[in-house]
Design a protein around this ligand. Sequence first.
Ligand SMILES: [Zn+2]
Length: 238
Amino acid sequence: MKIESGKQHSRPEKTSKVPPLHGFRPNVKAIAGIAVAMAMAFPGASFAGPEDPRPNIRVRVDNYTQASSGTIARAEREAARILSEAGLQTVWVDCPVGHSLSAAQDPCQEPLEPADLVLRILPNATGNKFQDTVFGFAVQPVLASVYYDYPARLARSDNAKSELHVVLGCVIAHELGHLLLGSNSHSSSGIMQPRWERKQVREAMTGGLLFNPAQAKSIQVERQKRTRLLAVPGNEPR
Ligand SMILES: [Zn+2]
């Protein structure tokens, strides 16, 4: 998404009454109005304020589990906070499986753009041939999948339901981190550790399981690359 004044990401006018997700104008009133309309149409989505000059990465979320929309929304907020600490602002669009909006109204069915990531929340690792089998897996450059049963098992083993959305949010941030940091992006500390024990879960619960400074810098470079691509003529969605 490009919201810088004078360089907004334009697209052909649509007849749909639902504002297109990327139809931002540099006018503050228009931005605020669209944000309100989108919040009403897609209550799971969050929107950066018009005063935030940094371009966003958009995350489309497909939930294939029985997890409630409330749990997913809280996990998204936690992941957004962690990514924000690394200097990356995110916009989340929930795409419930089997939703009924027509294609013309549905941002989930729009062509992917360079600043888009796709997140799948899967029940478990059944049939997975990829790495990161505990948390999920990431396929460059846009697809991340997380397993719901991992944070659910952790929460059950601790008899602490309140941990679930926090750990799920951390797992989401970890897998999105793989998309933004490239291959071999595990580290010996912080949220990109390959294995989490009690220590890491305690850090997660206190909000301290984060990207390290070097990772944050790399994430910002990647964000600049993707949002710059978005501004290149010819990359506009058709
Ligand atoms: Zn990993």
